[in-house]
Design a protein around this ligand. Structure first.
Ligand code: FAD
Length: 623
């Protein structure tokens, strides 16, 4: 937590990306409003002239720090030598979501390293700590597969109750995991790592936190999240709105009441589509400001039966192998060729998969849906037909028609999203034909009219995949920052290592399968590889490891070539960095997860091809 008297600058992602001075943080008293997890809610009385910036989001103190770039005096202080670090470890892990928690378990318990983890959040969960908006659930594949796979005991003892797991259940599961493996004692919560620097002579990373603590470790594991940095929209005058305002990725811990309120929701990506039906059930009126019409498939969430769970447990080893071999998906998929079927037969297949729900229609119809334009258009047309069938008002249905290649944006599963437009209390505004022109203290003004609102919900997604690493902005060899290195492209090797940043490892970094593979399993496999690399380094008495620039260049080509064989790069999506102005356009993930993990093993077997190891410079480095 920031201390009384700290001075910081807040870079607010609003208009013109200004920085706002955050003034002195006042003493926090027991009377100050607190969320259910004990966090302090910043109230207007705290923040003087920053009222509109901070109150808009009712940001908890720790979350404000997530948006902070320390500047001025504070930055100057960070340049000081970090000698006299309070903690010395083999590895420091940043983040305690699925990735960071597993890394802590693996490096500490399986490898015997001394490890300390830091997280700015007040508890475990990462994504599931922050995304508490109504209706927040996993996408797919879900229970019990969106979970750790390595421990059969863990699989046997955790009772998943729904096919599409809710945020609360995932978070409860992660809390159980952290307690069961006694991880919490080695995690420092409520602590942002504000600086990380590589000391070339010591071959160690030195970090600094917002509590002014310092620590050092030979290895820095960045499990900082692929969907962590919220994308705040840059609409002119947005700060003029004075009502309550929440970003779905920074949802408050206390319940938000929509009862009797007029709610505006900007954005219809996954978070918008999950939350809109829930908000509409409670609010007086919901106005949805749609930037892009979306394909969404029915999740058909339902209770998971005991018999199903028992069967999954019985077959666990096979299912786990299957996930590893099938891009994170546990079941066999059809290898049908579309050309072997008549249009009517294909339509019948789409109907069956639509009824089945979940991601089946996306992955299980015919081979080549994500590469063959005609086939893709056929599936897209089928979904558009379904939207027309569901939405009763013709004009609204027209506005909801997606026009990008089916599946090339993050796959969305909904529980009654399109049906919500049949409610009397829901209005859709298509921002492509009726753009936002201004905000008033109590409304959103678009070209064609004024929409009074009491609460604004920003379902505007994330600066995905690269955003959290850039927020951390580690400084590698010669003090070169990641921001400098990644100005044009997110250069890295295997999505895990970066030339010029020795002994730094990313979990789910750009160039890794990340969101294109079931991430808990992806994190386990990546961490195992990182662990082996560290073991190799130590067994050979080496001091550091990093990617070569040549390896980075060929990795970059490989990622792009795989993506270019599909329709993904043809769509302006966050997979391409297209949602953030000025972000380099580059496909951010490896689309062939199973082959990717084979490749990691091949790299290791070939003596860590593409990586260079340095001998130990200073005997203290590896102690
Ligand atoms: C609504 C939603 C649904 C999703 N559904 C699925 C799904 O079905 N399947 C799937 O595979 N994935 C899904 N995801 C993706 C999800 O993000 C990952 O599955 C997974 O939770 C990521 O875990 P992580 O540990 O890598 O990162 P995160 O969970 O994002 O954790 C990162 C942590 O790092 C901390 N951190 C970052 N920077 C710092 C710093 N400088 N100092 C201190 N702490 C820091 C943050 O506070 C955070 O706690 C979903 C995401 C969302 C938002």
């Amino acid at each position: 937590m920031p201390k009384k008297g700290n001075v910081a600058w807040i870079e607010f992602y609003g208009t013109a990306k200004q920085s706002y001075r955050f003034g002195k943080i006042p003493e926090i008293s027991s009377r100050d409003p607190r969320g259910p997890d004990g966090e302090v809610i910043i109230g207007a009385q705290f923040i003087g002239s920053f009222r509109t910036v901070l109150c808009r989001c009712r940001v908890v103190v720790e979350q404000v720090m997530a948006c902070c770039t320390l500047d001025g005096q504070v930055a100057a202080k960070q340049d000081e030598d970090m000698a006299g670090c309070t903690g010395q470890y083999d590895a420091i892990i940043i983040g305690s979501g699925f990735g960071g928690l597993y890394a802590l378990y693996h490096l500490r318990d399986k490898m015997g390293l001394s490890v300390r983890a830091f997280d700015g959040a007040g508890g475990v969960g990462g994504t599931w700590w922050y995304n508490r908006y109504p209706g927040a659930r996993v996408d797919a594949p879900s229970s019990p597969f969106y979970a750790y796979t390595f421990s059969k005991e863990l699989v046997d003892e955790w009772e998943w109750t729904e096919t599409q797991t809710s945020q609360a259940s995932v978070r409860a599961y992660l809390e159980h995991f952290a307690a069961r493996f006694d991880l919490v004692k080695d995690i420092q919560f409520g602590t942002w790592v504000t600086d990380a620097r590589y000391d070339e002579a010591a071959q160690r990373w030195k970090i600094k936190t917002d509590n002014d603590e310092t620590a050092s470790a030979q290895f820095l594991i960045c499990a900082v999240g692929a969907l962590f940095v919220p994308n705040m929209p840059d609409y002119p005058g947005i700060n003029d709105f004075v009502g309550e305002c929440y970003h779905t990725g920074r949802w408050p811990h206390e319940k938000v009441s929509f009862k009797g309120k007029r709610v505006g929701v900007i954005g219809t990506g996954s978070s918008g589509i999950q939350s809109i039906p829930e908000i509409a059930k409670e609010a007086e009126h919901v106005t949805v400001f749609q930037r892009t019409p979306q394909y969404s498939l029915p999740a058909r969430n339902r209770p998971l039966t005991k018999a199903e769970l028992a069967r999954f447990r019985e077959d666990w080893d096979d299912l786990r192998t299957s996930m590893r071999r099938r891009g994170g998906w546990p079941f066999k998929t059809n290898r049908r060729r579309a050309s072997d079927y008549t249009p009517e037969e294909r339509h019948a297949v789409y109907e069956e998969l639509w009824e089945q729900g979940g991601i089946h229609l996306a992955i299980n119809s015919f081979v080549g849906v994500m590469a063959d334009t005609e086939l893709n258009e056929e599936v897209g047309g089928f979904v558009r037909g379904k939207i027309r069938e569901i939405v009763q008002d013709r004009e609204t249905a027209d506005k909801l028609m997606p026009d990008y290649h089916f599946g090339t944006k993050r796959l969305i599963l909904d529980n009654g999203y399109f049906e919500t437009y049949n409610r009397e209390n829901v209005t859709l505004v298509d921002l492509r034909e009726d753009p936002i022109e201004a905000f008033t203290p109590s409304s959103v003004r678009t070209k064609n009219g004024e929409h009074p609102i009491d609460i604004l919900v920003l379902a505007t997604g994330f600066d995905a995949v690269s955003g959290s690493m850039l927020k951390l902005n580690p400084k590698g060899r010669a003090g070169v920052s990641l921001e400098q290195k990644w100005r044009e492209r997110f250069e890295n090797y295997l999505g895990v290592t970066i030339a010029g940043f020795p002994n730094l490892f990313m979990i789910h970094g750009p160039g890794a399968p990340g969101v294109f593979f079931t991430m808990p399993l992806g994190g386990e496999l990546t961490t195992a590889w990182i662990g082996d690399c560290i073991r190799h380094l130590r067994e050979q008495n080496l001091g550091s490891v990093e990617a070569t620039e040549d390896a980075e260049a060929s990795w970059d080509r490989e990622i792009s070539e795989i993506a270019d064989r599909t329709l993904y790069p043809r769509t302006n999506s966050w997979y391409m960095g297209a949602n953030i102005p000025g972000k380099p356009r580059q496909f951010l993930g490896h689309l062939r997860g199973s082959q990717y993990f084979d490749r990691l093993l091949e790299v290791a077997e070939a003596g860590y091809e593409g990586l260079v190891f340095e001998p130990v410079c200073d005997e203290t480095a590896s102690t």
